[in-house]
Design a protein. Structure first.
Lengths: 426, 110
């Protein structure tokens, strides 16, 4: 817990010590009534965790999910909305089935975590007591990681890296482009949500421009990284589908990103400047504010966890899953979050209901669409090892694969989307 | 799903009809543990929730138990091509495969 948070709640070390010394596997100390799990965040990590504990405990655990939005737009597959291949509605989900699965859903913002009292404080002051807490707030953006960028600037230069209105704004600006206009993307430093995401997005931009018949429009990606996920596959696909349209620049090529000017659309690098009709600025990232305020993050801005169980290294009563966590070799993805949530759910049940616990296993696959029916994937199996979540095996699509295989990958990704949203939202 | 199995290699009952069946129907001595199966199955459910026969990724609750075991072992030996499934199956022991098969064969909708 941060010093600020400690002062806010006025709880000092005595209570902390008592809490820390409580046996971890002792359902009998939890007090009367059903043991309580509270989950902050209703996305791929939090939604899955809440549903799985409710479902698999058959009502033996009182599960409360705190999520301010009544309708949740998934970041995953939002690039397909950008590309005009899916509707916004098709990537937006409500919590009706989550409620029917036995989860108490509170649509309110969680403002703070009082770890000493084991309570979550909602906007308005209501406190929700927990025996175990799961924190899945996703990411926050470090707007100041790009000089000249800000939350206000995002209304002119959308990031669209937290889905919803930002995604709609990005599409509105994309659809307003004229032939000859330039799109400039700024790609973020590691670690960030969805490593192949910026490059799939560039592909979807190009698909839209190509479909509109643009001959002169260009997409310039200014990257702060020397390389990126599935790079060879994207480069090959861009040359095949959009020759000459997408230009990727590593730091050696642009010399460093100096500033952006949201009012003029100007983006200045050390070696040049660009006038963007559409600027898509994806800044550096960190764990969601509530996790950082609660002292669950380290100096990296993300939350260290125990790879055996997804427990916070700062507090044995708190789990952190999804993009906010430091998950070792696992990328920040919905698939990863969903996988981590299932490990955490299994451990939560074992601690609160004495059900059996099994060794943690994790899995991830990320599909990326380069052009309609040209889909590539990367994935891995993961297990605890060397003090982190370690990849035990990995795979990635190969260059020059058949169009039939790429099309099958796409269909697989669509089925995965339908599967995982059912897993999360019921 | 017809026409999809050879390339994508997801668990597909139709493969069984072309030669895999009978290779390893059940493993003698591998005990099935339904609780273990339920936990391991959660990994599958990120993808395998298909509700229609048009889906590329099949609903595992509709696959006969012995077929499930056969196909997963084929993925484990990398005799079926989908790398995502090879990845999943590659770390499963015989007991774990039997546990998964038991769980899916006795569960309507996980």
């Amino acid at each position: 817990m941060t010093e600020l948070t400690r002062r806010r709640f006025g709880i000092l070390t005595g209570a902390s010590f008592a809490a820390a010394s409580t046996p971890l596997f002792a359902p009998h100390v939890l007090g009367q009534g059903k043991p309580k799990l509270v989950v902050i965040g209703g996305g791929a990590g939090g939604g899955t965790l809440a549903r799985y504990v409710a479902k698999d405990s058959n009502g033996a655990v009182d599960v409360t999910l705190i999520e301010p939005q009544k309708n949740f737009t998934t970041c995953f597959f939002s690039n397909l909305y950008v590309g005009g291949l899916r509707s916004f509605k098709s990537i937006t989900h409500d919590y009706d089935k989550v409620k029917k699965s036995g989860v108490k859903v509170i649509h309110a913002a969680a403002m703070a975590i009082d770890r000493d009292k084991k309570q979550v404080v909602l906007a308005g002051g209501q406190r929700i007591t927990y025996d175990r807490l799961a924190v899945a707030p996703g990411i926050d953006l470090k707007f100041d990681s790009v000089h000249g960028y800000s939350e206000a600037a995002a209304e002119l230069m959308p990031h669209a890296w937290k889905p919803g209105k930002q995604t709609e704004l990005l599409v509105k600006k994309l659809n307003a482009l004229k032939d000859g206009d330039t799109i400039v993307m700024i790609a973020p430093p590691n670690p960030y949500r969805c490593p192949p995401g910026p490059y799939e997005r560039a592909s979807m931009f190009a698909h839209v421009l190509k479909t509109k018949g643009h001959k002169k429009s260009r997409i310039i990606i200014l990257d702060v990284k020397p390389n990126f996920s599935k790079q060879a596959l994207f480069m090959e696909g861009w040359e095949k589908h959009y020759p000459g349209m997408i230009e990727w620049q590593d730091p050696n090529m642009h010399g460093g990103i100096k500033s952006v000017n949201p009012k003029t659309g100007e983006i200045v690098t050390d070696l040049g400047s660009y006038k963007a009709a559409l600027a898509n600025v994806i800044p550096a990232q960190m764990a969601g504010k509530i996790a950082r305020d609660a002292g669950l993050a380290d100096a990296s801005g993300f939350c260290p966890i125990d790879p055996d169980n997804m427990k916070s290294k700062m507090d044995p009563n708190v789990f952190v899953v999804g993009d906010a966590s430091i998950a070792g070799d696992m990328p920040k993805s919905a698939f990863s979050a969903n996988s981590q949530a299932k490990v955490a759910a299994m451990i939560v049940r074992s601690e609160l209901t004495s059900s059996r616990a099994f060794p943690a296993r994790y899995n991830n696959t990320c599909w990326s669409l380069i052009a309609p029916d040209d889909d590539v994937k990367v994935g891995g199996a993961y297990e605890p090892g060397e003090g982190k979540i370690k990849a035990s095996s990995t795979f990635v699509s190969q260059k020059a694969e058949s169009s039939e295989l790429r099309k099958q990958n796409y269909q697989e990704s669509v089925d995965w989307y339908n599967g995982i949203v059912a897993d999360i939202f019921g | 799903m017809p026409g999809r199995t050879a390339g994508a290699g997801v668990v597909a009952p139709s493969l069984l009809a072309i030669g895999l069946i009978g290779m390893a129907v059940m493993t003698a001595g591998a005990a099935a543990d339904i609780e273990l199966g339920r936990y391991l199955a959660s990994e599958c459910m990120a993808c395998h929730r298909a509700q229609t026969s048009a889906s590329a990724i099949p609903n595992l609750t509709t696959i006969p138990r012995e077929h499930f075991v056969t196909v997963i072992k084929a993925y484990r030996r990398k005799e079926l091509p989908n790398p995502a499934m090879q990845n999943v199956a590659g770390r499963l022991s015989d007991e774990e495969i039997e546990s998964l098969a038991l769980y899916f064969s006795t569960t309507k909708q996980p």
